[in-house]
Write a protein that binds this ligand. Sequence first.
Ligand SMILES: C[S@@+](CC[C@H](N)C(=O)[O-])C[C@H]1O[C@@H](n2cnc3c(N)ncnc32)[C@H](O)[C@@H]1O
Length: 306
Amino acid sequence: MHIPVLKTELIHSLNILPEGTYVDCTGGGGGHAQAVLDKLTSGRLIILDRDPEAFDRLNGLFGSDPRVTIVQENFRYLQETLDKLGIIAVDGLYADFGVSSFQLTEAERGFSFRKDGELDMRMDTTDSESAKDVVNKYSQELLEEIIYRYGEERFFKRIAGAIVQRRGIKPFISTLDLAAVVKSAVPAKFQKPGLHPATQTFQAIRIHVNQELVAVEALLRQIEQLVKPDGRVAFISFHSLEDRLVKNYLQRYASPCECPPEFPVCNCGKVATFKVLTRKPVSPSAQELKDNPLSRSAKLRAAVRI
Ligand SMILES: C[S@@+](CC[C@H](N)C(=O)[O-])C[C@H]1O[C@@H](n2cnc3c(N)ncnc32)[C@H](O)[C@@H]1O
């Protein structure tokens, strides 16, 4: 069961027109999609997910609803996807980035450091490179960079070193095997209660395997073209790097000028194309945190197209 995070806040920020056209870029378990559909009368909802299991699940939930179109696709190709459907612009789009609890809890998807399965972590199971390839084939320097950049893990050097040393004896196959080697590389006095020492390393490998930040950035680059005037965008991030990308793109779109600060008069000709609706990101309420502790790092940012 996947509990949709910040559902009320997301719906509020989208200000849904009952006859409008919307895009859910990350269908997952369909929780947000259902909440949007509850607000639509004759409107339309296009749902994307790159994961074939999510695609099947979404088809089971909404396949017979004439308002819904479900597409198994990476949202980095949103413009092409909408072109194929003959849609030029939409009244709103939203994304709830990251991994779903279905992906995390199904051992055989190889995402979890708590359940034994073959190391995989591909959201789109047709992608060529899995987590097993990354940990068994990448150079120590590249592993260090991935664990540092996407995991913000202070023991990145020790962890990458332990991975390379161990794979020289026996290649990694299982999630729990990798989790144990990562744990052994983190000094005991820095292991935090309630947080598995492999959390950040698994997150980093997952972000790399799925090229998650590349996709987020590609999506953010397209929203100016795809959203109608007065249309809304909303993004839920779970990682500071994702949130920073969203924040920076929305700020840039909202700025009426990109001249260097030393220019006395603006001559760039830029105009603001969005107005940011969330000066600070919206976080889960105390009640949501209590009901769903997994929502703790969620941040929502929203904007309206001018
Ligand atoms: C956090 S879940 C979304 C949950 C959903 N909002 C709900 O209410 O159930 C994220 C989903 O986005 C999908 N996803 C992640 N990156 C994607 C991408 N670049 N393109 C399409 N889908 C993506 C994942 O496969 C996963 O199913």
